[in-house]
Ligand binder design. Structure first.
Ligand code: F0G
Length: 473
């Protein structure tokens, strides 16, 4: 019998979780306007909302926290992080920030110098997109077409479409102050980018003199996929692959809340010393002195240690296979998911599961409500609530291309039996899926509306005139 290896860690500390009674869950849903962002964490049984900032730190990281040097300037933990970033990524210059979006804010508020500029990416994460748009730029997603097809089994569905990138550079190169690539492609399903694609994007950027930045949030998971799937890479260590990847880049933005295995933290690295100086001055205004960047010394230490630990291949093997097995459980239960499973999450195709709910009634939001109601489980909608737009003329919803719900798996937190429970709840929801209602948005802010939108439940089809409209770009 073939056996997969269990968790490569044992439990030293535990945290209580509990399933509240159903009527209490129901009350909280109504009180919170059917927004999962409004549910208190203590009322959630299995929280798969995000893999960001939710990792369990190791004893080695906690030991490092005790060695936090809380000096205002020049804390020893800064120098440890500097040495780590140099070793792991090969960048000599970096600025610590308290989380990834500050790195994005610094970069784009500086690079986007006039209206009409464009930042291409495989797919921009929502905060990246927001930081580009609030600075007057256009965030352009150029992932390969396979990356938009939920069932396509391409091994690197996060790859950039090189033909479209070349066309953009040829036609509008002067308007492109930087090119990004997100590893792994979170908004496209946690799908990896191949080493050869990274190399090719870098080469095109060099040819046109365009700086190339990597959104490095899940760099180690991406490198593990390269080792597993890319021809000629199997014999190399993940650490070696990571060094090669970042050798192609002019810099990166990083949220250490993902593959930094930390609860807070991030950084911006760049080889451009002139730019670094400008960003440093901005950092002092918005985050703090450049040797702590909005973080406590102990947090810098947790990140420094996390960045080394995440390269442990026993850890990565378990991590990626846990997510893969979770996907396989759901598939066995008849739940349609994006294939193949990505590195950090499973994405359920709510449109396929709930074809009776029109996109105007937010099927992925309806499913996320059902998950909490039935099992105290929290997942996040990645569909028309997050990415849909209102037609400026008619006010009608222009739906997102896909209606997904993401079940993100925090690192080193849940065992496989937690995930089996989630699969069981979804199986029950599937059995009664025809009873699920649609959602009507009762409140929505203009920017990043999914964080604060509120809803009410409505009968399917009521108040919806058009079944299918144009799909938001
Ligand atoms: N880039 C990507 C690809 C991300 O997934 C995130 C965060 C960020 C940037 C921003 O980092 O949160 O530290 O400011 N993603 C989280 C998620 C929130 O749930 O996927 P941050």
């Amino acid at each position: 019998m073939s056996r997969s290896l269990p968790e490569p860690w044992r439990v030293k500390v535990v945290e209580k979780i509990q399933l509240l009674p159903r009527d209490e869950r129901e009350r909280l849903l109504v009180k919170g306007g059917f927004s999962l962002f409004q549910i208190p964490s203590e009322a959630v049984f299995i929280d798969l909302f995000t893999d960001s900032g939710t990792s369990a730190m190791s004893d080695w990281q906690w030991a490092g926290m005790m060695q936090g040097d809380e000096a205002y300037a020049g804390a020893r933990n800064f120098f440890h992080l500097q040495e780590t970033i140099q070793d792991v990524f090969g960048f000599s210059h970096f600025l610590p920030v308290h989380q990834g979006r500050v790195a994005e804010n610094l970069l784009f508020s500086t690079l986007l110098t006039r209206p009409g500029m464009i930042i291409p990416n495989n797919c921009h994460f929502d905060t990246t997109r927001a930081n580009i748009e609030v600075n007057g730029g256009t965030a352009l997603d150029l992932v390969i077409s396979e990356g938009r097809d939920a069932q396509n089994l391409h091994p690197f569905k996060g790859n950039m479409d090189l033909v479209r990138l070349l066309q953009l550079f040829e036609e509008r190169g002067d308007d492109v102050p930087a090119c990004m690539l997100t590893l792994t492609n979170n908004s496209g399903g946690g799908q990896p980018v191949s080493l050869s694609n990274i190399r090719a994007v870098s080469a095109l950027c060099r040819e046109f003199g365009i700086p190339f930045y990597i959104d490095a949030c899940r760099f180690a998971e991406n490198a593990w996929f390269i080792k597993q799937r890319e021809l000629g890479q199997g014999h190399r260590s993940v650490a070696e692959i990571v060094r090669e990847i970042f050798g192609f880049a002019d810099g990166c933005t990083m949220s250490a809340k993902k593959d930094g295995l930390a609860n807070i933290g991030g950084f911006l690295a760049t080889r451009n010393e002139e730019l670094l100086e400008v960003l440093k001055q901005k950092l002092i205004v918005i985050e703090g002195f450049p040797t702590y960047g909005g973080l406590a010394g102990r947090d810098l230490e947790a990140v420094a240690r996390g960045l080394r630990e995440v390269l442990d291949e026993n850890y990565l093997r378990f991590r990626v296979s846990q997510v893969e097995q979770f996907g396989a459980m759901l598939t066995a239960a008849g739940i349609p998911i994006m294939q193949p499973t990505g590195g950090h999450a499973v994405y359920i195709d709510a449109r396929k599961l709930l074809p009776h709910i029109p996109q105007q009634q937010f099927p992925a939001q309806a499913l996320s409500v059902a998950l909490y109601r039935e099992g105290g489980i929290r997942g996040v909608e990645i569909g028309s609530v997050m990415f849909g737009k209102d037609d400026p003329v008619t006010g009608e919803l222009i739906p997102a291309p896909m209606e997904l719900i993401r079940l993100a798996v925090p690192r080193r937190v849940f065992t496989n039996s937690h995930l089996e429970y989630v699969a069981g709840v979804l199986e029950d929801i599937r059995a009664q899926r025809h009873t699920l209602k649609g959602m009507r948005m009762t409140f929505a802010p203009k920017v990043l509306r999914h964080f604060s939108a509120r809803f009410e439940e409505v009968e399917v089809g009521v108040g919806v005139e058009v079944e299918e409209t144009a799909v938001a770009a």
